[in-house]
Ligand binder design. Structure first.
Ligand SMILES: [Fe+2]
Length: 246
């Protein structure tokens, strides 16, 4: 089975469209979404509508919670709060209700897990090895996909006595095999707002039969998204950061 794994789309329709076009050439059977479908971007209704129709498994992200009212946006900075308010007003009522009822990770698919932030806390970031090490103590499966950081890659843990020796995937191989005796926390990267220095939309394909993960990047029409962000009077920082990818 081949899975298209999407995270942090953030209402960026142009990025999602480019990813779908690119992914079609690689073939997949099911779509998995790791949350943060909305927030920041200018097309929340279009993106929610596509995910509702086409995604097979979806878990919630912190922006989905804030925009739908499951959680407050108190912990957000002013830019995120502003986009969260705008998104909430913009979303159709039935899309809001759908976001409100999204599952919390971890959610098991075949023999791997999906989480938004970390295995122990859906809102916790795993940027660094020590944060991943904490997460690895809570995993029940060999492979977990996570999002939230908007950084493509992740971590590999090798059991050592009572803890894990954790290494980060710094230089990404395009294709990576899942091998026995290691535990993986893998991030497909952000479709709609990459923050790893590469402004291209990020996603991955996981082939669960071959046990191979393919990390992919694709260019998209950033300028159109920037124009929409400014037209809708969302904070201009949200437009600028798409071009820098950080
Ligand atoms: Fe996000």
């Amino acid at each position: 089975m081949r899975f298209l794994i999407l995270s942090d789309i953030h209402a960026n329709w142009e990025a999602l469209s480019a990813v779908l076009h690119d992914a079609a050439t690689r073939r997949y059977h099911a779509v998995l979404c790791l949350g943060d479908i909305v927030g920041y971007g200018p097309n929340p209704n279009e993106v929610v509508s596509w995910i509702r129709t086409h995604a097979d498994v979806v878990i919630r992200g912190n922006h989905d919670k804030a925009c739908s009212g499951v959680a407050t946006s108190e912990s957000f900075n002013s830019v995120a709060q502003c986009s969260s308010r705008w998104t909430r007003e913009e979303l159709h009522e039935d899309h809001l209700q759908w976001l409100l009822n999204l599952a919390r990770g971890p959610v098991l698919v075949e023999d791997f897990d999906l989480v938004h932030g970390a295995p122990d806390d859906e809102d916790r970031y795993m940027f660094h090895e020590h944060e991943a090490e904490t997460g690895l103590r809570y995993v029940t499966e060999q492979l977990t996909f996570f999002g939230h950081t908007h950084v493509q890659g992740g971590f590999i843990g090798e059991p050592y006595r009572r803890h894990f020796e954790v290494s980060r995937l710094n230089v990404l191989p395009n294709q990576m095999s899942i091998v026995p005796e290691r535990t993986y926390l893998l991030n497909p990267g952000a479709v709609g707002q990459p923050r790893d220095g590469d402004p291209r939309a990020a996603y991955c394909i996981y082939d669960s039969t071959m046990r191979i993960v393919e990390f992919c990047r694709v260019t998209y029409d950033i300028r159109t998204v920037q124009e929409k962000i400014l037209e809708r009077q969302l904070p201009q920082e949200l437009a600028f950061r798409l071009a820098s990818g950080d």
